[in-house]
Design a protein around this ligand. Structure first.
Ligand code: M6R
Length: 608
Protein backbone atom coordinates (compact mmCIF):
# COMPACT_ATOMS: atom_id res chain seq x y z
CA UNK A 1 0.00 0.00 0.00
CA UNK A 2 2.34 2.51 -1.35
CA UNK A 3 1.57 5.18 -3.94
CA UNK A 4 3.24 5.17 -7.35
CA UNK A 5 3.40 7.74 -10.14
CA UNK A 6 5.02 8.01 -13.55
CA UNK A 7 5.05 11.01 -15.88
CA UNK A 8 6.22 11.42 -19.44
CA UNK A 9 6.12 15.19 -19.52
CA UNK A 10 6.53 18.14 -21.86
CA UNK A 11 9.01 19.79 -19.45
CA UNK A 12 10.61 19.03 -16.05
CA UNK A 13 8.36 16.59 -14.18
CA UNK A 14 9.75 16.51 -10.62
CA UNK A 15 7.26 19.17 -9.40
CA UNK A 16 4.32 17.31 -11.00
CA UNK A 17 5.45 14.02 -9.48
CA UNK A 18 5.60 15.62 -6.02
CA UNK A 19 2.14 17.10 -6.58
CA UNK A 20 0.79 13.65 -7.50
CA UNK A 21 2.57 12.00 -4.56
CA UNK A 22 0.92 14.47 -2.16
CA UNK A 23 -2.39 13.01 -3.28
CA UNK A 24 -1.10 9.50 -2.66
CA UNK A 25 0.42 10.07 0.76
CA UNK A 26 -2.74 8.56 2.22
CA UNK A 27 -1.34 5.22 1.03
CA UNK A 28 1.78 5.51 3.15
CA UNK A 29 4.32 8.09 4.28
CA UNK A 30 7.34 6.22 5.62
CA UNK A 31 9.62 7.50 2.86
CA UNK A 32 9.39 9.03 -0.61
CA UNK A 33 11.54 9.13 -3.73
CA UNK A 34 11.77 10.20 -7.34
CA UNK A 35 13.84 9.10 -10.33
CA UNK A 36 14.13 11.08 -13.57
CA UNK A 37 16.36 11.02 -16.62
CA UNK A 38 18.92 13.85 -16.42
CA UNK A 39 20.48 14.23 -19.87
CA UNK A 40 19.29 10.70 -20.56
CA UNK A 41 20.82 9.14 -17.44
CA UNK A 42 18.99 7.85 -14.38
CA UNK A 43 19.12 10.10 -11.31
CA UNK A 44 17.34 9.58 -7.99
CA UNK A 45 16.43 11.65 -4.93
CA UNK A 46 15.01 9.83 -1.91
CA UNK A 47 14.26 10.76 1.68
CA UNK A 48 13.16 9.01 4.85
CA UNK A 49 9.83 10.12 6.35
CA UNK A 50 7.14 12.27 4.83
CA UNK A 51 7.10 13.85 1.41
CA UNK A 52 8.14 17.23 2.77
CA UNK A 53 11.59 15.75 3.45
CA UNK A 54 11.88 14.78 -0.21
CA UNK A 55 10.77 18.27 -1.22
CA UNK A 56 13.60 19.73 0.89
CA UNK A 57 16.05 17.32 -0.76
CA UNK A 58 14.83 18.42 -4.19
CA UNK A 59 15.37 22.08 -3.27
CA UNK A 60 18.99 21.30 -2.43
CA UNK A 61 19.52 18.99 -5.41
CA UNK A 62 16.87 19.66 -8.08
CA UNK A 63 15.93 17.22 -10.84
CA UNK A 64 15.06 18.67 -14.24
CA UNK A 65 14.25 15.59 -16.36
CA UNK A 66 11.10 15.42 -18.48
CA UNK A 67 10.33 11.80 -17.64
CA UNK A 68 10.22 10.27 -14.19
CA UNK A 69 8.64 8.01 -11.61
CA UNK A 70 7.84 8.60 -7.93
CA UNK A 71 6.86 6.67 -4.83
CA UNK A 72 5.49 7.18 -1.35
CA UNK A 73 6.06 4.17 0.91
CA UNK A 74 4.29 2.22 3.61
CA UNK A 75 7.05 -0.07 4.82
CA UNK A 76 6.48 -3.83 4.69
CA UNK A 77 9.95 -5.31 4.13
CA UNK A 78 12.75 -3.36 5.75
CA UNK A 79 12.83 -0.26 7.92
CA UNK A 80 11.60 3.08 6.61
CA UNK A 81 15.13 4.33 5.82
CA UNK A 82 16.40 6.27 2.83
CA UNK A 83 18.27 3.17 1.60
CA UNK A 84 15.05 1.19 1.52
CA UNK A 85 13.14 4.03 -0.16
CA UNK A 86 11.95 3.59 -3.75
CA UNK A 87 12.73 3.98 -6.61
CA UNK A 88 15.09 1.01 -6.67
CA UNK A 89 17.60 1.21 -9.45
CA UNK A 90 20.23 -0.64 -11.47
CA UNK A 91 22.46 0.58 -14.27
CA UNK A 92 19.55 -0.03 -16.65
CA UNK A 93 16.37 1.06 -14.90
CA UNK A 94 14.53 2.41 -11.90
CA UNK A 95 11.30 0.92 -10.55
CA UNK A 96 8.61 1.83 -8.03
CA UNK A 97 6.40 -0.84 -6.51
CA UNK A 98 3.16 -1.03 -4.56
CA UNK A 99 2.36 -4.44 -3.05
CA UNK A 100 4.35 -7.46 -1.94
CA UNK A 101 6.58 -9.78 -3.96
CA UNK A 102 6.05 -13.02 -2.06
CA UNK A 103 8.85 -15.03 -3.71
CA UNK A 104 11.48 -12.28 -3.36
CA UNK A 105 13.81 -14.48 -1.29
CA UNK A 106 14.12 -17.20 -3.94
CA UNK A 107 14.53 -14.64 -6.72
CA UNK A 108 17.10 -12.72 -4.72
CA UNK A 109 19.17 -15.84 -4.05
CA UNK A 110 19.07 -16.79 -7.72
CA UNK A 111 20.01 -13.29 -8.90
CA UNK A 112 22.75 -13.01 -6.27
CA UNK A 113 24.23 -16.24 -7.61
CA UNK A 114 24.25 -14.61 -11.04
CA UNK A 115 26.27 -11.68 -9.64
CA UNK A 116 23.61 -9.08 -8.79
CA UNK A 117 24.42 -7.04 -5.69
CA UNK A 118 21.46 -6.02 -3.54
CA UNK A 119 21.61 -2.91 -1.41
CA UNK A 120 18.22 -2.82 0.38
CA UNK A 121 16.12 -5.01 2.69
CA UNK A 122 13.05 -4.64 0.47
CA UNK A 123 11.18 -7.22 -1.56
CA UNK A 124 10.81 -4.64 -4.34
CA UNK A 125 14.48 -4.39 -5.25
CA UNK A 126 14.33 -7.88 -6.71
CA UNK A 127 12.10 -6.54 -9.52
CA UNK A 128 14.80 -4.07 -10.59
CA UNK A 129 17.42 -6.83 -10.74
CA UNK A 130 15.19 -9.38 -12.42
CA UNK A 131 14.28 -7.05 -15.31
CA UNK A 132 17.91 -5.86 -15.52
CA UNK A 133 19.06 -9.45 -15.79
CA UNK A 134 16.67 -10.09 -18.67
CA UNK A 135 17.81 -6.88 -20.41
CA UNK A 136 21.45 -7.88 -19.90
CA UNK A 137 20.49 -11.08 -21.71
CA UNK A 138 19.49 -9.00 -24.73
CA UNK A 139 15.76 -8.30 -24.31
CA UNK A 140 14.45 -4.78 -25.00
CA UNK A 141 12.73 -3.08 -22.01
CA UNK A 142 9.10 -4.03 -22.66
CA UNK A 143 9.95 -7.65 -23.46
CA UNK A 144 12.11 -7.86 -20.35
CA UNK A 145 9.26 -6.56 -18.17
CA UNK A 146 6.77 -8.94 -19.74
CA UNK A 147 9.16 -11.85 -19.28
CA UNK A 148 9.70 -10.87 -15.62
CA UNK A 149 6.04 -10.51 -14.63
CA UNK A 150 5.14 -14.24 -14.69
CA UNK A 151 8.12 -14.92 -12.41
CA UNK A 152 6.74 -12.63 -9.69
CA UNK A 153 4.41 -14.08 -7.06
CA UNK A 154 2.22 -11.77 -5.01
CA UNK A 155 0.37 -8.53 -5.55
CA UNK A 156 1.84 -5.52 -7.25
CA UNK A 157 1.57 -2.38 -9.28
CA UNK A 158 4.85 -1.35 -10.88
CA UNK A 159 6.20 1.61 -12.86
CA UNK A 160 9.55 1.40 -14.69
CA UNK A 161 11.83 4.13 -16.03
CA UNK A 162 14.77 3.14 -18.25
CA UNK A 163 18.25 4.61 -18.61
CA UNK A 164 18.70 6.52 -21.93
CA UNK A 165 15.03 5.93 -22.89
CA UNK A 166 13.52 9.42 -22.79
CA UNK A 167 10.16 8.48 -24.31
CA UNK A 168 9.31 5.34 -22.39
CA UNK A 169 7.55 4.33 -19.18
CA UNK A 170 6.18 0.86 -18.47
CA UNK A 171 3.49 -0.01 -15.94
CA UNK A 172 2.06 -3.33 -14.77
CA UNK A 173 -0.61 -4.47 -12.36
CA UNK A 174 -1.58 -7.62 -10.54
CA UNK A 175 -3.67 -7.29 -7.41
CA UNK A 176 -3.02 -3.55 -6.92
CA UNK A 177 -4.58 -0.73 -8.88
CA UNK A 178 -2.89 1.31 -11.62
CA UNK A 179 -4.40 4.07 -13.76
CA UNK A 180 -3.11 5.54 -17.03
CA UNK A 181 -3.73 9.26 -17.63
CA UNK A 182 -3.86 10.92 -21.06
CA UNK A 183 -2.73 14.58 -21.28
CA UNK A 184 -1.79 17.08 -23.98
CA UNK A 185 1.50 15.62 -25.21
CA UNK A 186 2.00 14.07 -21.77
CA UNK A 187 1.19 10.61 -20.39
CA UNK A 188 0.82 9.53 -16.78
CA UNK A 189 0.72 6.49 -14.52
CA UNK A 190 -0.75 6.63 -11.03
CA UNK A 191 -2.08 4.42 -8.25
CA UNK A 192 -5.41 6.20 -8.65
CA UNK A 193 -7.14 8.88 -10.70
CA UNK A 194 -7.00 11.28 -7.76
CA UNK A 195 -3.21 11.45 -8.05
CA UNK A 196 -3.49 12.41 -11.70
CA UNK A 197 -6.42 14.82 -11.28
CA UNK A 198 -4.25 18.00 -11.46
CA UNK A 199 -3.07 16.96 -14.94
CA UNK A 200 -5.89 15.08 -16.64
CA UNK A 201 -9.39 13.71 -16.25
CA UNK A 202 -9.00 11.18 -19.07
CA UNK A 203 -8.14 7.88 -17.46
CA UNK A 204 -7.95 4.20 -18.36
CA UNK A 205 -7.49 1.43 -15.80
CA UNK A 206 -5.20 -1.55 -16.16
CA UNK A 207 -6.96 -4.86 -15.63
CA UNK A 208 -5.53 -7.79 -13.67
CA UNK A 209 -2.28 -8.97 -15.25
CA UNK A 210 -2.00 -6.05 -17.69
CA UNK A 211 1.21 -4.36 -18.72
CA UNK A 212 1.23 -0.96 -20.43
CA UNK A 213 3.95 0.67 -22.52
CA UNK A 214 3.72 4.47 -22.54
CA UNK A 215 5.26 6.94 -24.93
CA UNK A 216 4.23 10.57 -25.30
CA UNK A 217 2.13 9.49 -28.30
CA UNK A 218 -0.05 7.14 -26.25
CA UNK A 219 -0.35 3.79 -24.51
CA UNK A 220 -0.09 0.20 -25.72
CA UNK A 221 -1.79 -2.35 -23.43
CA UNK A 222 -0.98 -6.05 -23.19
CA UNK A 223 -2.97 -8.55 -21.16
CA UNK A 224 -1.48 -11.29 -18.99
CA UNK A 225 -0.97 -13.55 -22.03
CA UNK A 226 0.88 -10.78 -23.89
CA UNK A 227 -1.95 -10.08 -26.37
CA UNK A 228 -2.40 -6.43 -27.41
CA UNK A 229 -5.67 -5.24 -25.87
CA UNK A 230 -7.69 -2.06 -25.64
CA UNK A 231 -8.52 -0.44 -22.30
CA UNK A 232 -11.32 2.09 -22.52
CA UNK A 233 -10.66 5.72 -21.64
CA UNK A 234 -13.11 7.23 -19.21
CA UNK A 235 -13.70 10.63 -17.66
CA UNK A 236 -12.63 10.68 -14.04
CA UNK A 237 -14.64 12.67 -11.53
CA UNK A 238 -11.64 12.97 -9.25
CA UNK A 239 -10.75 16.48 -10.43
CA UNK A 240 -14.20 17.69 -9.41
CA UNK A 241 -13.18 17.30 -5.77
CA UNK A 242 -11.04 19.92 -4.12
CA UNK A 243 -8.19 18.26 -2.29
CA UNK A 244 -7.31 20.98 0.15
CA UNK A 245 -7.87 21.66 3.82
CA UNK A 246 -9.91 24.80 3.29
CA UNK A 247 -9.72 26.81 6.51
CA UNK A 248 -9.07 23.77 8.64
CA UNK A 249 -5.82 22.82 10.29
CA UNK A 250 -6.15 19.19 9.25
CA UNK A 251 -8.01 17.20 6.60
CA UNK A 252 -9.53 15.23 9.44
CA UNK A 253 -11.14 18.35 10.94
CA UNK A 254 -12.47 19.33 7.53
CA UNK A 255 -13.81 15.85 6.91
CA UNK A 256 -15.54 15.72 10.32
CA UNK A 257 -17.22 19.02 9.55
CA UNK A 258 -18.27 17.93 6.05
CA UNK A 259 -20.46 15.16 7.42
CA UNK A 260 -23.79 16.97 7.46
CA UNK A 261 -23.30 17.67 3.77
CA UNK A 262 -22.00 14.30 2.59
CA UNK A 263 -24.43 12.24 4.67
CA UNK A 264 -27.21 14.43 3.21
CA UNK A 265 -25.86 13.91 -0.30
CA UNK A 266 -25.63 10.15 0.22
CA UNK A 267 -29.15 9.90 1.66
CA UNK A 268 -30.56 11.98 -1.20
CA UNK A 269 -29.11 9.37 -3.56
CA UNK A 270 -30.94 6.50 -1.81
CA UNK A 271 -34.22 8.08 -0.69
CA UNK A 272 -37.26 9.49 -2.37
CA UNK A 273 -37.68 12.26 0.13
CA UNK A 274 -41.04 13.48 -1.10
CA UNK A 275 -42.53 9.96 -1.03
CA UNK A 276 -40.86 9.10 2.26
CA UNK A 277 -39.52 5.91 0.70
CA UNK A 278 -36.22 4.19 -0.06
CA UNK A 279 -35.30 4.23 -3.75
CA UNK A 280 -32.13 2.27 -4.48
CA UNK A 281 -30.13 4.00 -7.24
CA UNK A 282 -29.19 0.71 -8.94
CA UNK A 283 -30.81 -2.45 -10.25
CA UNK A 284 -30.52 -5.42 -7.93
CA UNK A 285 -29.82 -8.61 -9.91
CA UNK A 286 -31.30 -10.86 -7.20
CA UNK A 287 -34.55 -10.98 -5.33
CA UNK A 288 -34.42 -8.77 -2.23
CA UNK A 289 -37.55 -10.47 -0.91
CA UNK A 290 -35.68 -13.78 -0.96
CA UNK A 291 -32.79 -12.61 1.22
CA UNK A 292 -32.69 -15.11 4.08
CA UNK A 293 -29.30 -14.38 5.59
CA UNK A 294 -26.62 -11.75 5.15
CA UNK A 295 -22.87 -11.96 5.58
CA UNK A 296 -20.90 -8.77 6.17
CA UNK A 297 -17.13 -8.52 5.92
CA UNK A 298 -14.92 -5.46 6.39
CA UNK A 299 -11.91 -4.11 8.30
CA UNK A 300 -11.37 -1.40 10.91
CA UNK A 301 -13.91 1.39 10.90
CA UNK A 302 -15.77 -0.14 7.96
CA UNK A 303 -16.24 -3.25 10.13
CA UNK A 304 -17.77 -1.09 12.88
CA UNK A 305 -20.20 0.27 10.27
CA UNK A 306 -21.11 -3.31 9.34
CA UNK A 307 -21.53 -4.29 13.00
CA UNK A 308 -23.89 -1.35 13.55
CA UNK A 309 -25.85 -2.34 10.47
CA UNK A 310 -26.26 -5.89 11.83
CA UNK A 311 -28.66 -4.39 14.42
CA UNK A 312 -30.62 -2.67 11.64
CA UNK A 313 -30.81 -5.66 9.29
CA UNK A 314 -31.91 -7.93 12.11
CA UNK A 315 -34.40 -5.52 13.64
CA UNK A 316 -35.87 -3.87 10.56
CA UNK A 317 -35.54 -6.56 7.89
CA UNK A 318 -35.59 -9.54 10.30
CA UNK A 319 -32.62 -11.05 8.46
CA UNK A 320 -29.93 -12.84 10.48
CA UNK A 321 -26.46 -11.40 9.88
CA UNK A 322 -23.04 -13.04 10.16
CA UNK A 323 -20.29 -10.51 10.48
CA UNK A 324 -16.58 -10.94 10.83
CA UNK A 325 -13.43 -8.91 10.34
CA UNK A 326 -12.23 -9.68 6.83
CA UNK A 327 -8.79 -10.93 7.91
CA UNK A 328 -10.54 -13.73 9.84
CA UNK A 329 -13.39 -14.32 7.43
CA UNK A 330 -11.14 -14.88 4.41
CA UNK A 331 -9.46 -17.88 6.04
CA UNK A 332 -12.37 -19.18 8.12
CA UNK A 333 -13.77 -21.29 5.27
CA UNK A 334 -17.29 -20.41 6.36
CA UNK A 335 -19.92 -22.50 4.61
CA UNK A 336 -22.06 -20.22 2.43
CA UNK A 337 -25.19 -21.00 0.44
CA UNK A 338 -25.28 -20.32 -3.29
CA UNK A 339 -27.47 -17.34 -4.09
CA UNK A 340 -27.00 -15.78 -0.64
CA UNK A 341 -25.88 -12.19 -0.15
CA UNK A 342 -22.54 -10.90 1.12
CA UNK A 343 -21.97 -7.21 1.81
CA UNK A 344 -18.42 -5.89 1.80
CA UNK A 345 -17.88 -2.43 3.26
CA UNK A 346 -14.81 -0.38 2.37
CA UNK A 347 -13.93 3.25 1.93
CA UNK A 348 -11.08 2.60 -0.48
CA UNK A 349 -12.51 -0.49 -2.15
CA UNK A 350 -8.96 -1.83 -2.23
CA UNK A 351 -8.38 -3.28 1.27
CA UNK A 352 -6.66 -6.61 0.65
CA UNK A 353 -8.48 -8.67 3.31
CA UNK A 354 -11.91 -7.33 2.37
CA UNK A 355 -11.21 -7.96 -1.31
CA UNK A 356 -10.18 -11.54 -0.50
CA UNK A 357 -13.45 -11.98 1.46
CA UNK A 358 -15.38 -10.68 -1.53
CA UNK A 359 -13.64 -13.19 -3.80
CA UNK A 360 -14.21 -16.06 -1.38
CA UNK A 361 -17.93 -15.25 -1.11
CA UNK A 362 -18.18 -14.94 -4.88
CA UNK A 363 -16.55 -18.35 -5.33
CA UNK A 364 -19.21 -19.73 -2.99
CA UNK A 365 -21.88 -18.39 -5.35
CA UNK A 366 -22.93 -15.44 -3.23
CA UNK A 367 -24.30 -12.19 -4.63
CA UNK A 368 -21.91 -9.40 -3.68
CA UNK A 369 -23.01 -5.96 -2.57
CA UNK A 370 -20.04 -3.57 -2.31
CA UNK A 371 -20.59 -0.54 -0.09
CA UNK A 372 -17.61 1.50 -1.31
CA UNK A 373 -16.55 5.13 -1.56
CA UNK A 374 -14.32 4.82 -4.62
CA UNK A 375 -16.43 4.06 -7.68
CA UNK A 376 -13.47 2.90 -9.76
CA UNK A 377 -12.00 0.62 -7.08
CA UNK A 378 -11.36 -3.10 -7.49
CA UNK A 379 -14.19 -3.98 -5.08
CA UNK A 380 -16.59 -1.79 -7.05
CA UNK A 381 -15.56 -3.56 -10.23
CA UNK A 382 -15.94 -7.02 -8.71
CA UNK A 383 -19.25 -6.49 -6.89
CA UNK A 384 -22.61 -7.45 -8.38
CA UNK A 385 -24.18 -4.37 -6.84
CA UNK A 386 -22.18 -1.21 -6.11
CA UNK A 387 -23.76 0.78 -3.31
CA UNK A 388 -21.72 3.97 -3.40
CA UNK A 389 -21.13 6.19 -0.42
CA UNK A 390 -20.89 9.76 -1.65
CA UNK A 391 -18.42 10.95 0.97
CA UNK A 392 -15.96 12.36 -1.59
CA UNK A 393 -12.23 11.72 -1.20
CA UNK A 394 -11.28 11.04 2.40
CA UNK A 395 -7.68 12.13 2.91
CA UNK A 396 -7.26 11.92 6.70
CA UNK A 397 -6.01 8.43 7.52
CA UNK A 398 -8.64 8.07 10.25
CA UNK A 399 -11.97 7.34 8.68
CA UNK A 400 -14.71 9.81 9.61
CA UNK A 401 -17.08 10.93 6.87
CA UNK A 402 -16.75 7.62 5.03
CA UNK A 403 -17.98 5.88 8.21
CA UNK A 404 -21.14 7.96 8.59
CA UNK A 405 -21.86 7.64 4.86
CA UNK A 406 -21.41 3.84 5.12
CA UNK A 407 -23.92 3.87 7.97
CA UNK A 408 -26.33 5.94 5.87
CA UNK A 409 -26.13 3.51 2.93
CA UNK A 410 -26.44 0.44 5.15
CA UNK A 411 -29.49 1.96 6.87
CA UNK A 412 -31.13 2.44 3.45
CA UNK A 413 -30.28 -1.14 2.46
CA UNK A 414 -31.88 -2.41 5.69
CA UNK A 415 -35.04 -0.46 4.87
CA UNK A 416 -35.06 -1.72 1.27
CA UNK A 417 -34.67 -5.36 2.32
CA UNK A 418 -37.25 -4.90 5.10
CA UNK A 419 -39.74 -3.49 2.60
CA UNK A 420 -39.08 -6.27 0.08
CA UNK A 421 -39.45 -8.98 2.74
CA UNK A 422 -42.62 -7.45 4.12
CA UNK A 423 -41.18 -6.87 7.58
CA UNK A 424 -41.36 -3.08 7.20
CA UNK A 425 -44.83 -1.61 6.90
CA UNK A 426 -45.32 1.47 4.72
CA UNK A 427 -45.93 3.83 7.66
CA UNK A 428 -42.84 2.51 9.47
CA UNK A 429 -40.78 3.05 6.31
CA UNK A 430 -42.07 6.62 6.08
CA UNK A 431 -41.17 7.21 9.75
CA UNK A 432 -37.66 5.76 9.33
CA UNK A 433 -37.11 7.82 6.18
CA UNK A 434 -38.17 10.96 8.07
CA UNK A 435 -35.66 10.06 10.78
CA UNK A 436 -32.95 9.64 8.16
CA UNK A 437 -33.83 12.96 6.50
CA UNK A 438 -33.41 14.66 9.89
CA UNK A 439 -29.84 13.36 10.29
CA UNK A 440 -27.85 16.02 8.39
CA UNK A 441 -29.46 18.74 10.52
CA UNK A 442 -28.76 16.79 13.71
CA UNK A 443 -25.15 16.19 12.66
CA UNK A 444 -24.73 19.94 12.13
CA UNK A 445 -26.28 20.55 15.57
CA UNK A 446 -24.01 17.95 17.16
CA UNK A 447 -20.96 19.94 15.98
CA UNK A 448 -22.00 22.40 18.70
CA UNK A 449 -20.41 20.07 21.29
CA UNK A 450 -16.93 20.85 19.97
CA UNK A 451 -15.94 23.48 22.59
CA UNK A 452 -17.00 21.12 25.39
CA UNK A 453 -15.06 18.31 23.74
CA UNK A 454 -11.93 20.44 23.54
CA UNK A 455 -12.05 20.77 27.34
CA UNK A 456 -12.57 17.01 27.76
CA UNK A 457 -9.80 16.27 25.26
CA UNK A 458 -7.34 18.43 27.23
CA UNK A 459 -7.89 16.13 30.23
CA UNK A 460 -7.78 12.98 28.13
CA UNK A 461 -4.45 14.00 26.66
CA UNK A 462 -2.93 13.34 30.13
CA UNK A 463 -4.28 9.83 30.72
CA UNK A 464 -2.87 6.43 29.84
CA UNK A 465 -5.99 4.33 29.29
CA UNK A 466 -9.59 5.03 28.31
CA UNK A 467 -12.62 2.75 28.33
CA UNK A 468 -15.60 3.28 25.98
CA UNK A 469 -18.94 1.67 26.82
CA UNK A 470 -22.19 1.36 24.90
CA UNK A 471 -25.13 -0.98 24.42
CA UNK A 472 -27.07 -1.88 21.27
CA UNK A 473 -25.89 0.19 18.32
CA UNK A 474 -23.77 2.21 20.74
CA UNK A 475 -21.61 -0.88 21.28
CA UNK A 476 -20.00 -0.80 17.80
CA UNK A 477 -19.66 2.93 18.31
CA UNK A 478 -17.79 2.29 21.58
CA UNK A 479 -15.40 0.06 19.60
CA UNK A 480 -15.06 2.79 16.98
CA UNK A 481 -14.43 5.46 19.65
CA UNK A 482 -11.62 3.37 21.11
CA UNK A 483 -10.14 2.68 17.66
CA UNK A 484 -10.22 6.38 16.75
CA UNK A 485 -8.58 7.44 20.02
CA UNK A 486 -5.79 4.88 19.90
CA UNK A 487 -4.95 5.36 16.23
CA UNK A 488 -4.72 9.15 16.57
CA UNK A 489 -3.40 9.81 20.07
CA UNK A 490 -1.65 6.46 20.78
CA UNK A 491 -3.51 6.36 24.13
CA UNK A 492 -4.54 2.83 24.98
CA UNK A 493 -8.32 2.56 24.62
CA UNK A 494 -10.82 -0.31 24.75
CA UNK A 495 -14.43 -0.47 23.63
CA UNK A 496 -16.83 -2.78 25.47
CA UNK A 497 -20.47 -3.71 25.41
CA UNK A 498 -21.61 -1.98 28.62
CA UNK A 499 -23.26 -5.18 29.85
CA UNK A 500 -19.91 -6.99 29.65
CA UNK A 501 -18.34 -4.60 32.14
CA UNK A 502 -19.05 -6.77 35.15
CA UNK A 503 -17.58 -9.81 33.39
CA UNK A 504 -14.03 -8.54 33.64
CA UNK A 505 -13.17 -5.00 32.61
CA UNK A 506 -14.73 -3.56 35.77
CA UNK A 507 -11.48 -4.62 37.46
CA UNK A 508 -9.76 -1.81 35.59
CA UNK A 509 -11.97 0.94 36.99
CA UNK A 510 -10.22 3.45 39.24
CA UNK A 511 -9.95 7.22 39.52
CA UNK A 512 -7.22 7.30 36.88
CA UNK A 513 -9.22 5.82 34.02
CA UNK A 514 -11.85 7.86 32.20
CA UNK A 515 -14.87 5.86 31.06
CA UNK A 516 -16.66 7.36 28.07
CA UNK A 517 -20.26 6.18 28.00
CA UNK A 518 -22.34 6.44 24.84
CA UNK A 519 -25.94 6.61 25.98
CA UNK A 520 -28.52 7.91 23.54
CA UNK A 521 -32.04 7.86 24.96
CA UNK A 522 -32.96 4.48 23.48
CA UNK A 523 -34.59 1.26 24.68
CA UNK A 524 -31.48 0.23 26.64
CA UNK A 525 -30.74 3.64 28.17
CA UNK A 526 -31.77 2.57 31.69
CA UNK A 527 -29.55 -0.51 31.44
CA UNK A 528 -26.63 1.70 30.47
CA UNK A 529 -27.40 3.95 33.44
CA UNK A 530 -27.06 0.91 35.71
CA UNK A 531 -23.64 0.23 34.19
CA UNK A 532 -22.65 3.85 34.82
CA UNK A 533 -23.68 3.41 38.45
CA UNK A 534 -21.38 0.41 38.68
CA UNK A 535 -18.53 2.57 37.39
CA UNK A 536 -19.38 5.51 39.68
CA UNK A 537 -19.57 3.21 42.72
CA UNK A 538 -15.94 2.25 42.10
CA UNK A 539 -14.69 5.81 41.80
CA UNK A 540 -14.56 5.75 37.98
CA UNK A 541 -14.50 9.04 36.05
CA UNK A 542 -17.50 9.07 33.72
CA UNK A 543 -17.75 11.18 30.59
CA UNK A 544 -21.30 10.79 29.37
CA UNK A 545 -22.28 11.36 25.78
CA UNK A 546 -26.03 11.49 25.83
CA UNK A 547 -29.10 13.52 25.13
CA UNK A 548 -28.97 16.35 27.64
CA UNK A 549 -32.31 15.84 29.41
CA UNK A 550 -32.03 12.10 29.71
CA UNK A 551 -28.50 12.51 31.02
CA UNK A 552 -29.73 14.89 33.77
CA UNK A 553 -32.49 12.49 34.74
CA UNK A 554 -29.99 9.65 35.06
CA UNK A 555 -28.70 11.13 38.37
CA UNK A 556 -25.31 9.43 38.17
CA UNK A 557 -22.23 11.26 39.36
CA UNK A 558 -20.47 12.13 36.11
CA UNK A 559 -17.36 14.20 35.49
CA UNK A 560 -18.61 15.67 32.20
CA UNK A 561 -21.70 15.49 30.04
CA UNK A 562 -21.45 15.97 26.32
CA UNK A 563 -25.02 17.02 25.67
CA UNK A 564 -26.25 15.77 22.32
CA UNK A 565 -29.35 16.85 20.44
CA UNK A 566 -32.41 14.64 20.85
CA UNK A 567 -32.12 11.94 18.18
CA UNK A 568 -34.58 9.18 17.28
CA UNK A 569 -32.79 6.09 18.61
CA UNK A 570 -32.53 3.76 15.59
CA UNK A 571 -30.07 5.82 13.57
CA UNK A 572 -28.52 7.65 16.54
CA UNK A 573 -25.02 6.21 15.80
CA UNK A 574 -24.83 8.40 12.69
CA UNK A 575 -25.03 11.46 14.97
CA UNK A 576 -23.16 10.03 17.96
CA UNK A 577 -20.19 9.35 15.67
CA UNK A 578 -19.46 13.08 15.74
CA UNK A 579 -18.40 13.43 19.40
CA UNK A 580 -16.23 10.32 19.32
CA UNK A 581 -14.42 11.60 16.23
CA UNK A 582 -13.98 15.04 17.79
CA UNK A 583 -12.66 13.54 21.04
CA UNK A 584 -9.99 11.57 19.18
CA UNK A 585 -9.09 14.50 16.95
CA UNK A 586 -8.74 17.11 19.70
CA UNK A 587 -6.91 14.76 22.05
CA UNK A 588 -4.36 14.05 19.31
CA UNK A 589 -3.97 17.75 18.54
CA UNK A 590 -3.43 18.61 22.24
CA UNK A 591 -0.77 15.94 22.37
CA UNK A 592 0.97 17.35 19.31
CA UNK A 593 0.30 14.24 17.21
CA UNK A 594 -0.23 14.31 13.47
CA UNK A 595 -4.00 13.88 13.19
CA UNK A 596 -3.93 13.34 9.42
CA UNK A 597 -1.08 10.88 9.25
CA UNK A 598 -0.76 8.91 12.49
CA UNK A 599 2.39 6.86 12.92
CA UNK A 600 2.64 3.39 11.37
CA UNK A 601 -0.68 3.68 9.53
CA UNK A 602 -1.77 4.05 5.93
CA UNK A 603 -5.10 4.98 4.49
CA UNK A 604 -5.41 2.13 2.08
CA UNK A 605 -4.27 -1.29 3.33
CA UNK A 606 -3.68 -3.23 0.15
CA UNK A 607 -1.45 -5.85 1.79
CA UNK A 608 -2.39 -8.57 4.28
O1 M6R B 1 -10.63 1.44 2.96
P1 M6R B 1 -11.29 0.60 4.01
O2 M6R B 1 -12.58 1.19 4.49
O3 M6R B 1 -11.49 -0.82 3.56
O4 M6R B 1 -10.30 0.58 5.22
C1 M6R B 1 -10.56 -0.21 6.34
C2 M6R B 1 -9.67 0.16 7.50
O5 M6R B 1 -8.32 0.02 7.15
C3 M6R B 1 -9.91 1.59 7.98
O6 M6R B 1 -11.24 1.80 8.32
C4 M6R B 1 -9.03 1.89 9.19
O7 M6R B 1 -9.44 1.13 10.28
C5 M6R B 1 -9.02 3.38 9.53
N1 M6R B 1 -7.70 3.77 9.92
C6 M6R B 1 -9.91 3.73 10.66
O8 M6R B 1 -9.89 5.08 10.97
Amino acid sequence: MCGIVGILGAGPVAGQIVEALKRLEYRGYDSAGIATLESGRLARRRAEGKLKNLELRLLEEPLRGAVGIGHTRWATHGKPTETNAHPHASHRLAVVHNGIIENFRELREELTRKGHAFSTETDSEVVAHLVTDLMDGGLPPHEAVMAALPQLKGAFALAFLFDRQGDLLIGARRGAPLAVGYGEGEMYLGSDALALAPFTDTIAYLEEGDCVVLSRAGAAYHDASGRVVNRAKQKSLASAFMIDKGNYRHFMAKEIHEQAEVVGRTLAHYLDMSEGAVRLPFDVPFDLAGVERLTISACGTAYMAGLTAKYWFERIARVPVDIDVASEFRYREAPMTRGGVTIVVSQSGETADTLASLRYAKQCGQNIVGVVNVATSTMARESDVVALTLAGPEIGVASTKAFTCQLAVLACLALAIGRARGTLARDAERRFVDELIALPGLIAEAMGVEPKIEAVARDLSRVRDVLYLGRGTSYPLALEGALKLKELSYIHAEGYAAGELKHGPIALIDEAMPVIVLAPNDAVFEKTVSNMQEVAARGGRIILIGDGDAAKAASVDVEAVIAMPVVAPTFAPIVYAIPIQLIAYHTAVFMGKDADQPRNLAKSVTVE
